[in-house]
Write a protein of this length. Structure first.
Length: 176
């Protein structure tokens, strides 16, 4: 199918199998994206749970323990999802701050909101706390999603990977 699209001059869909197979740089991207979400949300999550949601320290620690596993498992899929959102929204390095913030917000709300609801449920939060937490994720997405995105992109660049706004962020990085 890709050969037919190439002959017709139409845009080709990304080759997701090559993304998954990748090489050393793909494993580095998995590690960097997982580390960025783990380290970012350990601090941001605990502050939110204790100071805003009024959860006990014990509940927050329990939530952070569970969230650590979730962040490690979902950091890479979130990074890939964010790359896809940036590509679909045609967000580039030259895009305005507002466009980059919008792209990070569009990626952040559905992905992180659902994960956070599960984390709070596991930690023993009641329905009101869970709904408040998910609403807080949605309301603060621009102020949390963009800093997470900036942090993730900075870690990617520091390790020789391409940021989300790079046209080839969804493609397999060259071996190093």
């Amino acid at each position: 199918m890709q050969t037919e699209l190439k002959k017709e001059g139409r845009a080709q869909p990304p080759n997701y199998m090559s993304i998954l197979r990748g090489g050393k740089s793909s494993m580095r991207k998995v590690a960097v994206d997982s580390f960025s979400t783990l380290s970012f949300f350990t601090l941001a999550g605990m502050a939110t749970e204790v100071f805003i949601l009024q959860m006990s320290i014990e509940q927050s620690i329990k939530a952070r323990e569970f969230a650590a596993v979730v962040n490690i498992l979902t950091g890479s899929p979130y990074g890939r999802f964010r790359d896809l959102v940036f590509r679909k929204m045609k967000t580039t390095e030259q895009s305005s701050f507002a466009r980059k913030m919008l792209s990070d917000t569009v990626a952040f709300i559905p992905f992180q909101g659902a994960l956070y609801a599960g984390i709070l449920k596991y930690a023993g939060a009641d329905t009101k706390q869970i709904l408040s937490g998910v609403c807080l994720v949605a309301l603060s997405a621009g102020f949390v999603g963009r800093p997470l995105g900036l942090y993730q992109d900075a870690l990617r660049r520091a390790t020789g990977l391409k940021p989300a706004y790079s046209p080839s962020a969804l493609e397999t990085e060259p071996e190093s």
